[in-house]
Design a protein around this ligand. Sequence first.
Ligand SMILES: [Zn+2]
Ligand SMILES: [Zn+2]
Length: 144
Amino acid sequence: MKRQRQAEQMTVLREMLDLRGAHFTRQRAAVFDYLNRVDHHPTAEEVFLAVKQGLPRISLATVYKNLEALVGCGAASKLTYGDGAARYDVRTDHHYHTRCLKCGRITDLEPEAGKQLLKLIKPPRGFKVEDYHLEVLGYCKSCS
Ligand SMILES: [Zn+2]
Ligand SMILES: [Zn+2]
């Protein structure tokens, strides 16, 4: 089952890269696979350290390039906060995050929560809502 899901993810990735004229490579697949296996929205450095175990010759620069290729084809999104390193999220649907103020760890919040909140927050009359961002700040389990 797990293996099947992984195969499906790789097929999807191949198609997404194809549409962008980008190549499907073993390194790209490894980076994508790692993003799918973790839920903490890692930095490029964290991806590098993890992927290096299976692909010892990969460099941090290559990991960066591969992450950007994934973002470029829509297979992942990049989260930047002005401070600290960018983090990468393989989930590209509309959803929200909690962010640790100490270590920067990011976790997902379910989109439904945001929809409920928007009903409570009444925008000014005549304001047409197109999008919104929700971020919950605090300290993660290991930092608090
Ligand atoms: Zn933390
Ligand atoms: Zn996320």
